[in-house]
Design a protein around this ligand. Structure first.
Ligand code: SF4
Ligand code: SF4
Length: 366
């Protein structure tokens, strides 16, 4: 999935990841088939079922799945996203397809959108609890429930209970897993949109499971080039002896491409907040001015508020993707109106036409 040529056939992690992620879709299909045939099946193993545990006290299969995943992440680091998440499978699959037609989406760097998943976690999980405490409501009591009580814990007749219609579900996949990659770069939804990814990123900071420098690095830079999470792998391993960025999804692409076998996955000192330290010789570049970045955040908030639950149809993750894409579109429109030179990804949207260029252009026409 890296798209590089220097793949060691003995360690084709990309192939294994494709098989694993394909198996996730296969299991999802089998789960739906079992429900359709038997009429009753295991409750959805979806992370958004956690909301029903947090707010109503109903212990759900999704809550237990999330809990186990967090425990595993606390040990092995943020591996779930790249090996087991259906949304990342779509994003990486989309990036792979685009690479086949020579399109390499540019990663858009924003200093404010980085906090959007954090805001989403606050909004989904913490604010309702604060409101409950402030209005004097008692804390939820955890219990196991059945379908007859409105929401079953483990076995259910309604597997689709927490999902939008099939059409909207597919549309969400196309927008979150496809369009965001093309417009904002690979894994942009993981960075800027996913509240669960943010929880795993926090757990990754205390996890000992890390990509480590265990050999001689010749500073060829192939690991950084291969990283579709846009991490400065070479700089991080040379400064910290390990990758400390919590956006490292442990997909092992960097290990696969290293010609010196200098990288490996193993246990190391947890990164804590080392990623916030300035990396040697590395200055973070952003694609927006501070004013644009603040406008981007405010517009995203406005668009999410507009789209969330619109016509009882738009799910939260789709509203987030809409919010980011529309606000990004607004910033680009503003630049087109105000600036002389505007680029979007690899495309020039506006360019001043100087006299010298015009004469050259007419000369060529003649
Ligand atoms: S870790 Fe390996 S791939 Fe990365 S810069 Fe060093 S030698 Fe190159
Ligand atoms: S640092 Fe290595 S393992 Fe982590 S996301 Fe980048 S390529 Fe994958």
């Amino acid at each position: 999935m890296t798209g590089t040529n220097s793949i060691n056939a003995k360690r084709d992690y990309g192939k294994w990841r494709a098989i694993t992620l394909g198996t996730v879709y296969l299991l999802m299909g089998l789960h739906i088939a079992h429900w359709k045939l038997a009429g009753r099946t295991l409750a959805p193993l979806e992370f958004n079922e956690v909301l029903y545990t947090v707010h109503l006290g109903i212990i759900t299969a999704g809550f237990i799945f999330m809990g186990l995943t967090i425990i595993a992440t606390l040990i092995f680091g943020r591996f779930f996203c790249s090996w087991m998440c259906h949304m990342l499978a779509l994003q990486d699959g989309c990036a792979w397809l685009l690479s086949k037609v020579n399109i390499k989406p540019k990663h858009i760097r924003s200093r404010t959108l980085l906090y959007l998943p954090f805001a989403a976690v606050l909004y989904l999980f913490l604010l309702p609890q604060i409101e409950r405490a402030m209005t004097g409501q008692p804390p939820v009591s955890f219990h196991i429930a059945q379908d007859a009580e409105g929401w079953a814990s483990f076995m259910t007749n309604d597997l689709w209970r927490n999902l939008p219609s099939v059409g909207i579900t597919l549309f969400t996949f196309v927008i979150c897993g496809g369009l965001t990659v093309y417009v904002l770069g690979t894994r942009s939804f993981c960075y800027y949109g996913c509240p669960y990814g943010m929880v795993f990123a926090l757990a990754d900071r205390v996890a000992p499971g890390k990509i480590k420098l265990t050999g001689n690095c010749t500073e060829c830079g192939k690991c950084t080039a291969a990283c579709t999470s846009h991490i400065q792998v070479m700089k991080e391993v040379n400064q910290f002896d390990r990758v400390v960025d919590p956006n490292c999804l442990k997909d092992l692409d960097c290990i696969q491409v290293c010609p010196e076998d200098a990288l490996s996955f193993g246990m190391a000192k947890p990164a804590g907040f080392a990623s916030l330290k300035k990396k040697d010789g590395f200055k973070k570049q952003y694609d927006f001015s501070i004013a644009e970045d603040i406008s981007l955040a405010l517009l995203t908030f406005v668009f999410i508020t507009i789209y969330r639950g619109l016509y009882d149809t738009i799910p939260f993750l789709l509203a987030i993707a809409f919010g980011i894409l529309f606000s990004f579109g607004c910033i680009i429109m503003w630049r087109v109106l105000k600036k002389e030179y505007v680029r979007f990804g690899h495309y020039t949207l506006k360019q001043s036409f100087e006299l010298q260029n015009m004469v050259k252009f007419i000369w060529q026409l003649c």
